[in-house]
Design a protein around this ligand. Structure first.
Ligand code: GDP
Ligand code: IMO
Ligand code: MG
Length: 438
């Protein structure tokens, strides 16, 4: 039996967390796992008065019968991990028995965070921008880029390294001098083996309880016919392999393609289940990105306020954009989505009309495919033409069936479905678990 995927077709923050929580309510899944990224993610689950924001731990925390896993493709800040575990404890959620942290996952170390901040300031300076935190790519400053860079250059520590004092000391002896060269190059304070050992040692006894061979646990379940829900982080246009976004992206492959490798599983055809792409009814981006369909002005502010579009990780205001058909099509295609779920349709309740860009204009030419570079994408202008849908100007938050939505809302969904070229199987109309139409 298969792995079902929940992945984002846009630039993150489409409501993956709430859709994962909704899907797990079916009782069908044994596992909920993350495979890529780190605590740059912020996934929100809201049930009644309780709002929980997950950064590293999968969004299925409220489903006590579901096993939770962090895959080997993730970069894990162990300090942030335990902070999140402790925070969840204050919500009455105990995780130690059901959380599996892959032994092969790479660690985000304090120096990765220092370098992340310093490097993004250096990027800002090199581009003649204001030299401030977030001035370059506008990263989340969680150390994600340097951690993945160190993983690729083989200067990382893994969860398994942290568990063995002798291996940890040996690794640090090799890694610290290299890291210090980088810190020095960016005028940051250097570190030492003893400082790193002192910081890591207290984590060992807690990590021992949750560090486990996740890939074996998953394979065992899959062989028995149990279902796994793989929760994507970030989104298609934040993927490091997305040419049109690069370098305004994160440092991992964020599409469905990255999931099996990120879980340490072989790509077995019989384990490949539905790929559910999440499409927010409009688009958002946090950080510095090319955004040809940026709404701007009071209308954008209205959507930002109604949709509470402020970063779940950094609190930054998210830029809000109309749907860009070229991105939607590409986001669904690149993930290999077999179906889509549209989220936050209710946020558009007060809009008199809803533009959709059906093409782009680049240097005086109409283009129907995304350009190859962000440099060109920054120069693109939207072509809205006839794809302006009339709004429905009524609250849809009480709807529970797609058929009960107002005709104009259904027409808007029909346009999205045509562009995506896969069926819409659900629509969310509010942040609560039950505010969902099928
Ligand atoms: P994720 O990163 O994809 O999990 O999404 P985030 O949690 O960062 O952002 C989604 C935000 O929208 C959260 O605040 C959710 O509570 C909220 N949300 C999700 N679905 C809906 C919906 O259908 N309507 C409204 N109004 N809010 C929603
Ligand atoms: P979820 O999983 C939205 C963005 C950052 C920045 C770029 C690089 O909640 O959808 P990084 O810290 O990863 O090096 O930042 O990627 N970014 C996200 N934007 N949602 C996310 O995650 C994001 N994770 C990273 O804002 O532009
Ligand atoms: Mg988010």
């Amino acid at each position: 039996m298969p792995v079902e995927f929940v992945v984002c077709t846009q630039r993150g923050d489409t409501g993956k967390g709430r859709i994962v929580d909704h899907k797990l309510s079916s009782g069908r899944f044994r596992w909920n796992v993350r495979s890529k990224g780190g605590n740059n993610a912020g996934h929100t689950v809201k049930v009644g008065d309780q709002t929980i924001i997950l950064h590293l731990i999968p969004s299925g925390v409220l489903h006590s019968n579901v096993q939770l896993g962090l895959g080997q493709g993730m970069v894990i800040d162990p300090f942030a991990l335990f902070q999140e575990v402790d925070e969840l404890k204050t919500h009455g959620i105990e995780l130690e028995d059901r959380l599996w942290v892959s032994l092969g996952a790479k660690l985000v170390m304090p120096w990765d965070i220092t370098l992340d901040v310093a490097m993004d300031k250096a990027r800002a300076a090199a581009q003649g921008r204001e030299v401030k935190t977030g001035g370059g790519i506008g990263t989340t400053c969680r150390g994600i880029g340097p951690a993945y860079a160190h993983a690729a250059s083989r200067d990382s520590l893994t969860v398994a390294h942290l568990l063995d004092p002798e291996i940890l000391r040996q690794r640090l002896k090799v890694v610290v001098p290299i890291i210090n060269r980088e810190l020095k190059a960016f005028d940051c304070p250097e570190t030492s083996v003893s400082e790193a050992l002192n910081r890591c040692a207290p984590l060992r006894h807690r990590l021992c309880k949750i560090a486990r061979p996740l890939h074996l646990g998953l394979a065992n379940s899959l062989e028995k016919g149990e279902w796994v829900l793989a929760e994507g982080a970030q989104g298609r246009f934040l993927s490091v392999d997305c040419g049109v976004s690069y370098p305004y992206c994160t440092s991992s492959v964020t599409t469905a393609n990255g999931v099996f490798s990120g879980l340490g599983l072989p790509l077995k055809k019989e384990w490949l289940g539905p790929i559910v792409g999440i499409v927010k009814a409009y688009q958002t981006a946090v950080g510095n990105h090319p955004m040809p369909t940026l709404i701007g002005g009071e209308r954008e502010e209205g959507i930002r306020q109604r949709g509470k579009e402020f970063g779940a990780t950094t609190g930054r205001p998210r830029h809000c954009c109309w749907i860009n058909a070229l991105e939607l099509r590409n986001g669904v295609w690149a993930n290999g989505c077999t179906e889509i779920v549209v989220t936050k349709l209710d946020v558009l309740d007060e809009e008199p009309d809803i533009p959709i860009a059906c093409a782009l204009e680049l240097d005086g030419h109409t283009i129907m495919e995304l350009p190859d570079t962000a440099v060109e994408y920054f120069r693109c202008k939207p072509v809205y033409n006839s794809h302006v849908s009339p709004g429905w100007l009524t609250s849809i938050q009480q709807a529970r069936r797609i058929g009960d939505l107002p005709a104009n809302a259904r027409d808007y969904l029909a346009v999205l479905e045509r562009i995506a070229d896969v069926p819409i199987t659900g629509v969310s109309v509010g942040p609560e678990r039950d505010q969902f139409c099928t």
